[in-house]
Design a protein around this ligand. Structure first.
Ligand code: AMP
Ligand code: MG
Length: 341
């Protein structure tokens, strides 16, 4: 066991202090447009090990390096295909992680021993200020305890990380709400490993063909070796089992209403809250508003852990565009337990 640490609460003005802590080998949670990240100096294996300890993260699940712009890519990656710069020009800063061949200076602790590394430039003024100030590649997974839903507020980070890290920088709620899109550019055609705020459709506009990894849409069995090592782990899950109900929203709402029982929680669209007057309930917002659903999903999943529920039913969002990311996180939270109407 590591000793409890005094965790500082910092604000946007404290970016210089956050950068100093990172340069000294500290662990600092900071806001990005996707979710809050738990950062450490990505060139310092001991600091990076601290991320794994604080999160309880399996050692074979690699981390993403955050940089302030595309001009930092060549420091850590080689060779870099032209497509990487095409994507960076179009989508950075933004919710896109690009997997590239790593240079030897990137430690095994970051890549879990892989010869590739995930690179991202986040679109958040506080994150960018910290990255510019410290001039280090900041390794940062989501700032949650491993397995729990990712934090989209500083308070959610605090619940998981207080006493385990050096500081949490509060930058308000995250604008996207689900983690970055991960695209593997070391294979041909490029392969989508995780859907996120940059949609598959937008990637195909720039790149032409893009394959979707199977782990995005189905449960990987324990003896399969997934491309993105993190994809085999149980993720985003509240304590109570989740069942996703997929189909026309009016039908899925009626189906859930018919299956209510004491202890059943409901995740539904705003349009249907009246059907569930006495249930522990979280609304994802309007049925047609995918960005709002993305922003609300993780808080909804986290909230049920403070409630007395033994099962959760969730209406499934549509799966085009940003919906591929929202449904991927919800389906993973449900262990792909899905009822198709
Ligand atoms: P998190 O930062 O917690 O959202 O997790 C980062 C995820 O990025 C990991 O779970 C992996 O799935 C993925 N990832 C990071 N680096 C690589 C890599 N070199 N190759 C494939 N996937 C990666
Ligand atoms: Mg994570």
């Amino acid at each position: 066991m590591t000793e409890p640490r005094a965790t500082l609460r910092l604000t946007a003005q404290d970016a210089p202090q956050a950068a100093r802590l990172l340069a000294q080998g500290g662990l600092v949670a900071f806001p990005t447009e996707t979710v809050y990240g738990l950062g450490a100096n990505g060139l310092d294996p001991a600091a990076v090990d601290g991320i794994f300890a604080a999160k309880g993260r399996p050692q074979d699940n690699p981390l993403i390096l955050h940089v302030p712009g595309p001009d930092h890519l060549a420091r850590y990656c080689h060779p870099i295909p032209a497509a990487a710069y095409d994507l960076a020009r179009r989508f950075w800063p933004g919710p896109l992680t690009i997997i590239l061949p790593r240079r030897p200076l990137v430690p095994d602790a970051v890549t879990a021993g892989l010869d590739t590394v995930g690179m991202r430039c986040p679109d958040h003024p506080v994150a960018l200020a910290i990255l510019e100030l410290c001039q280090l590649p900041v390794a940062a997974p989501s700032a949650n305890t491993s397995g729990r839903p990712s934090p989209t507020t500083a308070q959610a980070v605090w619940e998981d990380m207080a006493g385990k890290i050096d500081a949490v920088v509060d930058g308000g709620p995250c604008a996207v709400g689900v983690e970055s899109t991960i695209l593997d550019l070391t294979v041909s055609p490029p392969r989508l490993l995780r859907p996120g705020g940059v949609t598959l459709e937008a990637l195909r506009e720039v790149l032409g063909p893009v394959e979707v990894d199977e782990a995005v849409v189905r449960l990987m069995s324990t003896d399969e070796k997934p491309r993105a090592p993190g994809m085999k782990y149980r993720h985003y899950a509240p304590k109570a089992p989740v069942t996703v109900v997929r189909g026309d929203p009016a039908d899925t709402a009626r189906y859930i209403a018919r299956h209510l029982a004491p202890g059943v929680g409901v995740i539904c669209f705003e349009n249907y809250v009246n059907l569930f007057p006495r249930c522990p309930l979280r609304s994802l917002g309007p049925a047609g508003d995918l960005p709002e659903q993305a922003r609300r999903l993780f808080e909804a999943l986290r909230w049920f852990d403070s409630q007395d529920v033994t099962a959760i039913y969730a209406q499934s969002p549509a799966d085009g565009g940003l919906g591929l990311a929202v449904t991927n996180r919800l389906n993973k939270a449900a262990g792909f337990h899905i009822i198709d109407l």
